[in-house]
Design a protein around this ligand. Structure first.
Ligand SMILES: Nc1nc2c(ncn2[C@@H]2O[C@H](COP(=O)(O)OP(=O)(O)OP(=O)(O)O)[C@@H](O)[C@H]2O)c(=O)[nH]1
Ligand code: SF4
Ligand code: SF4
Length: 307
C-alpha cells in the first residue's frame, strides 16, 4: 500500500531529523525548517515510527539533522531502522565520516550525501565557521570507497562559490561521487531578505549549458530533478540540479514527508504551520493502528508549496 495525498502525490520517502544541533554553523542553514524543540526521539521511538511508515509503503528513509552524526547513538539508530527500509541514506556535513563511515556502513547505511560547498579551505571556514575542510575531504574519500553512492551537496552562492562549479564537477568525477548543485531556497516571506538578494544564484542558465554538453540526461521521479552526465578531464561527471524556488514542477512531484527530531510529522520543508505530533501519542501508549491514523492525517495535510 502507498498513500497518496490530496494532490495525487504518492508518499514514499521519510526524512528524519535526528537532532537539530550541528557542529558547524553555515550562515545559510535552514535546519530542515525546524524550530528549537524541547524533546528528542530515542532510537526505539524512531524505529517504531519507521516501522509504522514502512507498513504504509514509505520505505525510503533519509537521516538528517542538524548534523545526524553528532548523536552518540547514530549507529544504533541505523541498525534499528535498517530492517524496515529499502533505501537508507544520510545527509551529513562529513566532519566525522573519516572515523564513522565504516561503522555506519556495517550498520546498514546504503549511501550518504555530504555537504561540500567549496574546495578552498579559507572559503570553507568563512561559510561554515570552522577550519575542518581537510577532515571533510578525508571523510568523503573514505565514503566513496565504502558506500554504493556518495553525493556531494554544493549550495551555490553568488560571488562566494559560483565560480567553483566546474572545479567541483571535475573533483566529483575524479573521486567517483555525484555532484548535487543546490539553489539557495527560502520561504516566500524571505525572498526580499538581504541574504536571498545577495547570494541567490539561479541555476537555470547553467542547466541550459549542461543540456548542450551532456552525453545523457535523466529525470528523477522525485521533484523531476534532472541529472546530467557531463564529459570532463576526469571522465563522465554525474551532476544533479536541485532547483526548488518558485518551481511548481518540483513541488508537484514531491514524495516526501518529514519527521522533526522532537517528534512531529512535517508536511513540507518550507512550512512551519503543519506539524502533527506523533511522539506524544507514542509516549502515551498509542497502538500501531492509532499511529497509522496519525500518518494518514499528516499526509492529508500535504500541499505543494510553490503552486
Ligand atoms: N524545497 C525542497 N528542497 C529540498 C527537498 N529535498 C531536498 N531539498 C534541498 O536539497 C538539499 C539536499 O538534500 P539532501 O538532504 O541531500 O537530499 P536529497 O538530495 O533531496 O535526497 P536524495 O537525492 O534522495 O539523496 C536540501 O538541503 C534542500 O535544500 C524538498 O523536498 N523540498
Ligand atoms: S552543516 Fe548542515 S546542518 Fe550544519 S550548519 Fe551547515 S547546513 Fe546547517
Ligand atoms: S512541497 Fe515543495 S517545498 Fe515543500 S517539501 Fe515538497 S518540494 Fe519542498
Amino acid at each position: 500500500m502507498v498513500l497518496v495525498d490530496r494532490f495525487g502525490r504518492p508518499v514514499t520517502n521519510l526524512r528524519i531529523s535526528v537532532t537539530e544541533e550541528c557542529n558547524l554553523s553555515c550562515f545559510y542553514c535552514h535546519r530542515e525548517g525546524q524550530m528549537k524543540g524541547k524533546r528528542q526521539m530515542t532510537p526505539q521511538e524512531i524505529e517504531r515510527i519507521v516501522k509504522v511508515a514502512s507498513n504504509l509503503g514509505i520505505k525510503k528513509v533519509k537521516l538528517t539533522g542538524g548534523e545526524p552524526t553528532i548523536r552518540s547513538d547514530i549507529v544504533e539508530i541505523v541498525k534499528r531502522i535498517r530492517p524496515y527500509v529499502v533505501d537508507l541514506s544520510m545527509t551529513t556535513n562529513g566532519t566525522v565520516m573519516h572515523r564513522l563511515a565504516e561503522e555506519l556502513r556495517a550498520a546498514g547505511l546504503d549511501r550518504v550525501n555530504i555537504s561540500l560547498d567549496t574546495l578552498d579551505r579559507e572559503k570553507y571556514k568563512k561559510i561554515t565557521g570552522f577550519d575542518v575542510l581537510p577532515w571533510v575531504l578525508k571523510g568523503i574519500e573514505k565514503s566513496v570507497k565504502l558506500f554504493k553512492l556518495v553525493k556531494l551537496n554544493m549550495v551555490v552562492m553568488r560571488d562566494l562559490n559560483h565560480e567553483e562549479i566546474w572545479d567541483m564537477i571535475n573533483y566529483a568525477a575524479k573521486i567517483g561521487a555525484v555532484l548535487q548543485l543546490i539553489e539557495i531556497e527560502v520561504p516566500r516571506e524571505m525572498t526580499e531578505s538581504w541574504f536571498f538578494k545577495r547570494y541567490f544564484y539561479p541555476l537555470k542558465p547553467l542547466e541550459d549549458e549542461f543540456s548542450k554538453k551532456a552525453v545523457e540526461i535523466r529525470e528523477r521521479r522525485m521533484h523531476r530533478r534532472k541529472k546530467y552526465f557531463i564529459p570532463t578531464e576526469n571522465g563522465i561527471a554525474e551532476v544533479e540540479v536541485v532547483r526548488s524556488m518558485h518551481n511548481t514542477v518540483f513541488c508537484a512531484n514531491c514524495t516526501r514527508i518529514r519527521l522533526t527530531s522532537d517528534g512531529y510529522l512535517k508536511t513540507c520543508l518550507l512550512r512551519r504551520d503543519d506539524l502533527v505530533d506523533i511522539l506524544t501519542p507514542i509516549r502515551n501508549g498509542a497502538t500501531d493502528e492509532e499511529l497509522i491514523e496519525i500518518f494518514k492525517q499528516a499526509i492529508m495535510l500535504r500541499r505543494p508549496y510553490w503552486i
